[in-house]
Design a protein around this ligand. Structure first.
Ligand code: ADP
Length: 540
């Protein structure tokens, strides 16, 4: 064994080096473990600190100060706080939700609260920063507007979301049913588009435009401008068209008067039945809203037309309601709005109805809708004018005809008083009978439709590769088609309308019979019984 040993004792040296290396490695490991331990201790320390920290309070920003500090509402207390360095000050809006640290500095800002109460805007106050709102029924309250609402074009009646804690109005809530009622724009119908109503148009222009153009003269002579017009007559004869043309024409007058190239006017189109709402007080609220909206627009200096279509459905004589007595509150609401309309400069109310006899007489008294204009069914001359409006010269027309000749052939057919054009026979109570022709049911809408049908016939031929252009026989066929379909129109089954058509209002109709027949069919009694019953109503 001894011979095998290294003579220089190298063995001993190697083992010492190995030992040393092992010790060094051990040392490293220890050092590493210590470092890890230290990190762990720090981490644990942080966790302990976090766990033992008081909770971070949330707050709502209610004001900004010039020194860059914010007013924040925390637990009902208002505090003035600073903003931590990591927070973007410019992004903090009024109403924003913020997190504060124990030093009460803002350390994080978020979007405003997304829930809240829905309230109705009554008025934005003059400072533009606050608004009066109606809250929980009739309670009123002044609240501050958030940044985004200050920039928005708010209107009375808008629904807003209120954050009760901060008293801030945060958001406008869309309200589609109101918006569609209050469609506002300048209609593109002009008086030139309307055929056969020249004298009515002249009266309307005098009534509406003169006071507008010569407001100073009217004031000098102490003449009040009319507040409204009632257009009455059968459906489809141009009442809506006239109301739109008035709005359009007033817009142009404003433009000329103010010397600008573009005038503006507003047309608020209200269809009677749409405004009726089964909830108590809701219809009145909407009427109020309509007038408020009109007032706002007119205060900007623009004329506003409030058009009530089918006015009889809403404003019936009080006490005549069949199923409800809604009129007893709706009519007074309208009267109050019209009477209080002295401050309604430039607002004109136009009502349209085919049953003017049903409208509450108080609405038609002087100082209210006191100009009544009848819009009649077109006679031959008027019908010609209407047809010519729709048969413009630049249309493709058959080679052997002219626009005039096209119109004449349609008129010939419409006003033909031969047996084939007889439509109805009515029997009055006194036994007298009267025969009515298709022409007694004629309307502008029908004439427009006749022209449209003729155009379609010509167009179809063209598609089939035949010669193009509208011909006289297209118009004849169109008249026939229109008449044949007219027979089935449901509104002709309304005995009240029939009584009017006959032109002998006082007479009671006891029987109605259609004379018109399609090939192979015989004349047939339609709803004789029912009509007899309905025809005994007060109107007849
Ligand atoms: P209403 O009297 O029921 O308000 P409208 O004015 O709405 O009738 O007419 C319905 C349509 O019939 C109009 O859009 C228009 O196309 C046509 N019309 C009715 N009367 C005339 C007319 N006098 N001149 C030209 N078109 C007319």
């Amino acid at each position: 064994m001894a011979e095998n040993r290294h003579p220089d004792g190298i063995d001993g040296e190697v083992s010492a080096e190995l030992k040393l290396a092992r010790e060094i490695e051990k040392n490293h490991r220890l050092e590493y473990a210590l470092r890890e331990l230290r990190e762990e201790v720090v981490h644990l320390g942080e966790r302990v600190q976090k766990l033992t920290q008081p909770p971070n309070p949330y707050g709502v920003v209610v004001g900004r100060n010039p020194d860059g500090q914010f007013d924040v509402l925390v637990n009902g207390r208002k505090l003035r706080v600073t903003v931590g360095g990591a927070v973007d000050v410019d992004a903090i809006e009024l109403g924003a939700e913020v997190i504060l640290n124990d030093q009460m500095s803002i350390v994080e800002a978020r979007k405003p609260e997304s829930a809240g109460d829905v309230v109705v805007l009554t008025k934005v106050l003059d400072d533009g920063l606050r608004a009066i709102i109606t809250y929980r029924g009739e309670e009123e309250r002044v609240c501050e507007l958030s940044d985004s609402l200050r920039a928005a074009n708010l209107r009375t009646g808008d629904r807003l979301r209120l954050d009760l804690r901060s008293n801030l109005l945060l958001e406008r809530i869309a309200q589609p049913e109101i918006e569609h009622l209050l469609l506002e724009h300048v209609p593109d119908v002009t008086f030139q588009d309307i055929g056969g109503l020249d004298s009515q148009i002249e009266r309307i222009r005098d009534a509406v435009e003169l006071p507008f153009l010569h407001a100073d003269l009217f004031a000098e002579y102490q003449l009040p401008a009319p507040k409204g017009i009632l257009l009455y007559g059968p459906p489809g004869c141009g009442k809506t068209l006239i109301a739109k043309a008035v709005a359009n024409s007033l817009a142009k007058r404003v433009a000329t008067k103010s010397g600008s190239d573009k005038g503006r006017s507003y047309f608020i189109n209200i269809k009677g039945p749409e405004l009726l709402n089964k909830f108590v007080g809701e219809t009145e609220r909407q009427i109020r809203l309509v007038f408020q909206r009109a007032r706002e627009k007119s205060e900007e200096g623009w004329p506003v037309i409030i058009f009530f279509d089918e006015m009889d459905s809403m404003f019936r004589t009080r006490g005549t309601g069949v199923s409800s007595d809604m009129e007893s509150t709706i009519v007074p609401q309208l009267l109050a709005e019209i009477d209080g309309a002295d401050n309604l400069q430039n607002v004109i109310i136009i009502g349209a109805t085919n049953r003017e006899d049903l409208i509450d007489p108080a609405i038609l008294r002087p100082g209210r809708l006191d100009i009544k204009i009848k819009i009649d069914r077109p006679d031959r001359a008027a019908a010609r004018e209407i047809i010519m409006r729709y048969l413009s010269g630049d249309l493709p027309i058959g080679i052997e005809t002219s626009v005039e000749s096209l119109a004449d052939s349609a008129l010939e057919c419409i006003f033909d008083q031969s047996d084939s054009n007889k439509f109805l026979e009515i029997t009055y109570q006194n036994g007298e009978k009267e025969e009515l022709y298709y022409k007694d049911f004629l309307s502008g809408a029908m004439l427009e439709n006749i022209v449209r049908r003729a155009k379609k016939l010509a167009l179809k031929r063209k598609i089939d590769g035949l010669s193009g252009g509208i011909t006289n026989s297209d118009l004849l066929s169109a008249v026939r088609q229109e008449f044949a379909e007219h027979e089935d129109l449901p509104n002709t089954t309304n005995p009240d309308d029939w009584a009017k058509i006959s032109g002998r209002k006082g007479e009671r109709i006891v029987y109605i019979r259609t004379i018109a027949r399609r090939e192979g069919e015989s004349g047939e009694l339609i709803g004789g019984k029912e009509i007899e019953r309905a025809a005994t109503g007060q109107y007849l």
